[in-house]
Design a binder for this molecule. Sequence first.
Ligand SMILES: Nc1nc2c(ncn2[C@@H]2O[C@H](COP(=O)(O)OP(=O)(O)OP(=O)(O)O)[C@@H](O)[C@H]2O)c(=O)[nH]1
Ligand SMILES: [Mg+2]
Length: 435
Amino acid sequence: MMSLSQNNTLPIPGDESNAQSLSKQTTCCALLTGAGRSAIAVIGLWGERADACVTHFFRCNRSRAMDVGQVRYGVWAGGSADAASPADCSSTEPATTAAESIVVVPTAPQRYELHCHGGEAAIARILDDLSSIGVRRVAPHPLDGVPSTGRLPVKDAVDQRLIDEAGVVLSQCTTVKTAAIALDQVRGALCQWRQRSIQVLGEDPRRAAEIAAQAQQIAAAGRIGHRLTRPFDVVLAGPPNVGKSSLINAMVGYDRSIIMDFAGTTRDVLDAETVFDGWPLRLRDTAGLHRSDDTIEKQGIDRAMDAIATADLVAQVTEPGLQWDHKVLDALGRINASVPIVRVINKSDLSPVESADAPAESPAESPADALATVATTGTGIGNLLQTVVQMLVDDLPPLGRPVPINPRQWDWVTEIAKLGEQPEQMIACLRRGGC
Ligand SMILES: Nc1nc2c(ncn2[C@@H]2O[C@H](COP(=O)(O)OP(=O)(O)OP(=O)(O)O)[C@@H](O)[C@H]2O)c(=O)[nH]1
Ligand SMILES: [Mg+2]
């Protein structure tokens, strides 16, 4: 890990005051998001020629100045084969290879975040293009690539640890939304809150309740923050043949699960990963839940129950007119009452009478909050995904706020939230930083 420089601040890449920093002449790039396939990747670009590199490769869809903090959409018009000579990134010749859609965010003078498609080809192309004009690609150390607007005030080893831990998480994030939260903590959001709180309490211990309330809010964000590197587990559960597998396929956009026109097709838990609205999701297809004497089917149902027990959210799927088996519902209720549930009525293109499995004696009423979908045509799928994500991340604070990014930090902030009436213990806890 990086050491502190003499004046107790974090060294920033390209900063000549740091003995180990890159030379002033060097322009660098680094992949800030984790390795592997993801929806979006973020590449950091910083150094003396960063502006010129962006001018050379980026074609903005509007002719506006690249102001710091403003998001700019456009295309990456590079292509290693066409790039100008290494010394000449100010060439006025436009690069000619097929364009790649990207978002460019100037984060400080001569510092950029380039948000591109998360596929390996798109990432490699941009990094190769930058290398071809002499930009140095640095190892994806979590802190090396972080464009920063200034020095991060690191007061002590506890701050250092909070930032280092966020850096490790940042390097493993696979989407822009998760990376943005980790990046805020690398830039010091949580340790600045810690420092401020210690100062406030030192000046006036009566403000402990106020700090505890803040800690409570921060701890609430820890539910998402402590798991930024893992996708949310969304389990689709329901009776056989209601279209659970069809829904999974429609949600991920390719045929992950086998679909058949008879009950009991899915016998195990099958996973498919996707990203929606910047959030990584692991969609889990399960065996149809019902009372069964078939040994293999029973095992599939047991595994489905296990998946439900550990889910972040359960999509409870049924079809028009089909009553849930109450014993199965009771079992679901006993497993984990705290798991949020989205109710889905699939096959909503069919009227209840057309639904082959509907028991005539017990027509089911659709719950008012149920979402209607037609997996075979895609109707309602966007709405379903949007609802799922909203339920999963609804209590997330705005960007820039402190968020604990691992279980250790989460426990620490939760502990502080309980000390509203004990200012001395609160200061001690803040100072320890959970260490
Ligand atoms: N009309 C209509 N048919 C659908 C819809 N969704 C799925 N189906 C059909 O319903 C049948 C069962 O679909 P599956 O996706 O295999 O259902 P399942 O819930 O995974 O079934 P099991 O794995 O056996 O529990 C297939 O023939 C699908 O084509 C829908 O929205 N409308
Ligand atoms: Mg199935």
